[in-house]
Design a binder for this molecule. Structure first.
Ligand code: FAD
Length: 491
């Protein structure tokens, strides 16, 4: 092993450019998947180099995704709650947001976390190189960084190059008023009228932020529901709330033309009935999905398989078609979520270090940090039926929850889905305040094979929103006393 890289104390933990070096494991991409894999492999005694094109570690999630969006969503929540307190006799009055201060605070949160990763890398002896890496052979990477080009050879490689926003050719190029999630998070201004194109999780979260900061928000979505793919009954409370707050939520509607004028952007729409209309906006956020980066690493040079849409196929031990090359995170497939990438990163590192490990999660939770939050895990009813399971639900409406009523947010719903063959929990969906935290209990219950009785007889503190999980199980069992049971004659 010849690790020629000269080490430096650059702020991100990056080492300066290395002409040639050899490593046990090279990790391409320093996001949640990549840094987890690099750190675990180093802890298991391997020499590790991690290459990322950004100046700071953390990938999309820490730099331009999960963390900055959640910081701004926290601010949005405080603003909205303060506004709504007027109804309870506590008028806080309107204060125009100080966008510069808010942007600086959001950035300070990002920098604290990304700086922490640099420190963790240094403490573990993981060498971090800034640069764009491409495969130059089955055991080599060419890296082009700020200081020039270098070559790295490796015994094993873990590819964690993530994904990027899908762009639309219909959008005018190089117009700063057309934003993707990254530029929307930069918060360069709060536009008077904002169109959010695409009602998936990212679009709806950014709509929540800009609405709270004062934009007049309009959403357009081609499908017939917001958050396509989530259960209709679970997204309904969110749809009801945003339909009141936003200027419009247009479903089954396509954008057919975008004309960028000097002062405004004119957008033409056609709805599901063929009716055409147009509106003008100050800014547009395009949030129509993310595309994996597998097609951008010269995979063919090494003989590595990549699908036509940019995903890298892997087996359950996260090996690609080349047994010494692994792939993890967004680049291997849905769901494109940080916690999935992290778990895959650990498994790939362990397998690369000779452990027997497989990625076989029974449940991966999804959360939209909207207001109210929407969260789901495991199977929904349609997926369960498609697998030949006979399922029944236990649904607890938050209107009957003392805690939900006392915080003025009774619109939530907790739904548990049980396999009637053995009463085991196979799926859950929750909408309401803190649904993203509440879904953790259902995730653990699915992984542990818990039954409705296990959940129903576990004592939950009163009054909490977590009780709604317990009460939904009781609804299924027919043992609930807080409401009329769904099953009148319990087993
Ligand atoms: P990434 O985080 O994408 O990291 C890949 C890294 O590799 C990047 O830094 C990239 O620059 C680098 N790279 C790519 N190609 C090369 C190359 N050739 N050479 C060197 N470096 C390269 N997920 C959640 O679970 N919860 C959330 O709340 C959440 N919120 C989100 C909000 C937004 C606005 C966005 C955009 C995403 C959000 N996500 C969220 C998704 C989450 O960010 C991703 O699932 C996660 O970052 C994927 O991790 P990864 O390690 O696969 O890749």
């Amino acid at each position: 092993m010849n690790n020629d890289v000269e080490k430096s104390d650059a702020t991100n933990g990056a080492s300066v450019y290395a002409p040639v070096s050899h490593w046990d494991i090279a990790v391409l991409g320093g996001g949640p998947g990549g840094y987890t894999a690099a750190f675990r492999a180093a802890d298991l005694g391997r020499s590790v180099v991690m290459i990322d094109s950004r100046p700071t570690l953390g990938g999309v999630c820490l730099n331009v995704g999960c963390i900055p969006s959640k910081a701004l969503l926290h601010a949005a929540k405080v603003v909205t709650e303060a506004q709504e307190m007027a109804e309870y006799g506590l008028p806080f009055g309107y204060a125009a947001p100080d966008i510069n201060a808010l942007r600086n605070w959001k950035q300070s949160v990002v920098e604290r976390l990304t700086g922490g990763l640099g420190l963790l890398a240094r403490k573990r002896g993981v060498t971090v190189l800034q640069g764009v890496g491409r495969l130059s052979g089955p055991n080599t990477l060419a890296v082009v960084g700020p200081d020039g080009e270098s070559s790295i050879s490796f015994d094993q490689c873990i590819i964690a190059v993530g994904s990027e926003p899908v762009t639309l050719p219909i959008m005018p190029p190089d117009d700063p008023r057309i934003m993707d999630s990254t530029s929307a998070l930069e918060l360069s201004e709060v536009p008077k009228r904002l169109l959010v194109l695409g009602a998936g999780i990212i679009g709806l979260e950014m709509a929540t932020v800009y609405d709270a900061l004062g934009s007049d928000v309009e959403i357009v979505e081609m499908q017939d529901q917001i958050m396509p793919g989530a259960d209709k009954d679970i997204v309904k409370p969110l749809k009801d709330r945003i339909s009141q707050r936003y200027r419009a939520v247009r479903l089954r509607t396509r954008v057919t033309a975008v004309d960028a004028q000097k002062k405004t952007i004119n957008v033409s729409f056609v709805d599901g009935d063929g009716t055409e209309s147009s509106q003008h906006f100050d800014r547009i956020l395009v949030s129509v999905g993310r595309r994996p980066n597998g097609g951008k690493i010269c995979a063919e040079t090494a003989g590595l398989d990549v699908s036509t849409d940019g995903f890298i196929p892997v087996s359950s031990d996260l090996r690609t078609n080349l047994p010494h090359i692994f792939a993890i995170g967004d680049v291997v497939g849905q769901p494109m979520l940080a916690h999935k990438a992290v778990h895959e990163g650990k498994i790939a590192a362990e397998v690369a270090c000779g452990h027997k490990a497989h990625f076989d999660a029974a449940a991966i939770p999804s959360v939209a940090y909207t207001d109210p939050e929407v969260a789901w895990v495991g199977l929904n009813e349609d997926q369960a039926k498609a697998r030949g399971l006979k399922v029944a639900t236990g649904v607890f409406p938050w209107a009957a929850s003392g805690r939900a009523q006392s915080i003025g947010r009774p619109e939530g719903l907790t739904k548990l889905i049980f396999d009637t063959a053995d009463d085991r929990l196979v799926g859950a969906a929750i909408v309401g305040l803190n649904a993203g935290e509440l879904i953790a209990e259902a995730t653990l219950a699915i992984e542990m094979g818990a039954t409705a009785t296990d959940i129903g007889r576990t004592i939950h503190a009163h009054p909490t929103l977590s009780e709604t999980v317990n009460l939904a199980a009781e609804m299924f069992e027919g043992t609930i006393t807080d409401l009329i049971p769904q099953r009148r004659h319990p087993k």
